[in-house]
Design a protein around this ligand. Structure first.
Ligand SMILES: NC(=O)c1ccc[n+]([C@@H]2O[C@H](COP(=O)([O-])OP(=O)(O)OC[C@H]3O[C@@H](n4cnc5c(N)ncnc54)[C@H](OP(=O)(O)O)[C@@H]3O)[C@@H](O)[C@H]2O)c1
Length: 282
C-alpha cells in the first residue's frame, strides 16, 4: 500500500473525505459503515471541517470512530476564515473537538484565506499546538504565492500540509505548486480527487482513455483517478463516499501502480498546464 508522511506520521496515501456526510438521517447508518470500512481496512486520515453541515460531519465522524483506538487515526479538522482570529479560533477548535469527541486533532487546517492576517492566524495555530489541542497545523486552498508568504511569517515554516483541489480534470497545480511543495517537503492533501463523482462536469470516469486503463488493470475508473492523484510520494487523496463497497475500492486504489504508458496516455488526454492557472477551488 502506498504511504505518505504528514507531520512525521506515515499513513496510507488514501484518506476519508466527509463533506456532505451526516446531513441525511436516512443515510447515517450507511455513512458510518462506509467510514468504518475505511478504518477497518487500514485507512487512518479522516478529513472533516466545522463548515461541513455546520458540524454535522464532525458529529458523524465522532460516532463512526468510537469503537477504534483514537491514536491509530489521523483526524484533520478545519477552521473557517471568519473564526481564524485571536478572538475566535480557540473557541471554534474547542467546539470542533467536542463534536468529534476527541481531545486533540492530528492536523488543523486554515480552510481558506480570509480577512485575518496570516501572522494572527499562525500565531493562534501555534498557540494551540503548544496547548496540546492540535498536534500540527496546515493550510488549505493556498497557491504558491500564499505558501511563499506563509514561510515569511513567524512559525510559518511549521506548516505540515496544504489541502487543494487536485484531480485529472483539475490539474492546474501541476504547473508549479506540486513541485514547490515537493521542494519544501510539504505534503499535498488532494481534495475532490474523483471530481465529485463526475459532478464537476469533466466526465472523467466515462472517458475512453481512463476506461481503457481501468480495464487493462482490472480496476474501476475511480481507482484510476485515485492512483493518478497519489502517483507521487508526497500526496494523499481524500475521496468521499457514503458507500462501503466504494470505500473498499478506494482503499485498494492505494495499491495500484500506473505504468509510464498509462501516465503518458493521461497526459495526452488531460494535458499538464503549460502556463500558470489561477488556483481552482470548490
Ligand atoms: N479543503 C477544502 O476546501 C475542500 C473542498 C472540497 C472537498 N474537501 C474534502 O475532500 C473530500 C473529497 O472531495 P469531494 O467530496 O468534494 O469529492 P470527491 O471525493 O471527488 O467525490 C465524491 C463523490 O464521488 C463518489 N465516489 C467516491 N468514490 C467512489 C467510487 N470508488 N466509486 C464510485 N463513486 C465514488 C461518491 O459517491 P458515493 O457516495 O456514491 O460513493 C461521491 O458522490 C471532501 O469530502 C472533503 O473532506 C476539502
Amino acid at each position: 500500500m502506498k504511504k505518505v508522511v504528514i507531520s512525521g506520521r506515515s499513513m496510507p496515501a488514501i484518506g476519508i473525505g466527509t463533506w456532505h456526510m451526516g446531513d441525511s438521517n436516512s443515510l447515517r447508518k450507511q455513512e458510518i459503515e462506509a467510514i468504518r470500512t475505511g478504518i477497518e481496512n487500514g485507512l487512518q486520515l479522516i478529513d472533516t471541517a466545522e463548515m461541513y453541515g455546520n458540524g454535522k460531519s464532525e458529529l458523524l465522524v465522532g460516532e463512526a470512530i468510537k469503537p477504534y483506538n483514537r491514536d491509530q487515526l489521523y483526524i484533520v479538522d478545519k477552521v473557517l476564515p471568519s473564526n481564524a482570529s485571536h478572538a475566535r479560533l480557540e473557541r471554534s477548535l474547542d467546539s470542533s473537538l467536542k463534536k468529534v469527541g476527541v481531545d486533540y486533532f492530528d492536523l488543523y487546517l486554515y480552510h481558506w484565506r480570509g480577512g485575518v492576517t496570516l501572522e494572527e492566524t499562525i500565531f493562534e495555530l501555534n498557540r494551540m499546538v503548544l496547548k496540546g489541542k492540535i498536534k500540527a497545523w496546515g493550510v488549505s486552498n493556498f497557491d504558491v504565492d500564499d505558501m511563499e508568504e506563509l514561510l515569511t511569517v513567524p512559525h510559518g515554516k511549521d506548516c505540515a500540509a496544504n489541502e487543494d483541489l487536485y484531480n485529472i480534470g483539475n490539474r492546474g497545480i501541476d504547473f508549479d505548486l506540486i513541485e514547490w511543495q515537493r521542494q519544501h517537503n510539504i505534503p499535498l492533501i488532494a481534495y475532490s480527487p474523483v471530481s465529485q463523482g463526475d459532478s464537476l462536469g469533466k466526465n472523467l470516469t466515462t472517458n475512453e482513455v481512463i476506461m481503457e486503463i481501468a480495464q487493462n488493470h482490472g480496476i474501476t475508473p475511480y481507482q484510476v483517478l485515485l492512483a493518478w492523484a497519489i502517483r507521487n510520494p508526497q500526496t494523499i487523496a481524500i475521496p468521499q463516499t457514503s458507500n462501503p463497497k466504494h470505500m473498499l475500492d478506494n482503499v485498494k486504489a492505494a495499491n495500484v501502480e500506473l505504468t509510464s504508458e498509462d501516465l503518458t496516455l493521461i497526459d495526452k488526454e488531460f494535458p499538464k498546464p503549460r502556463k500558470k492557472k489561477y488556483l481552482e477551488m470548490l
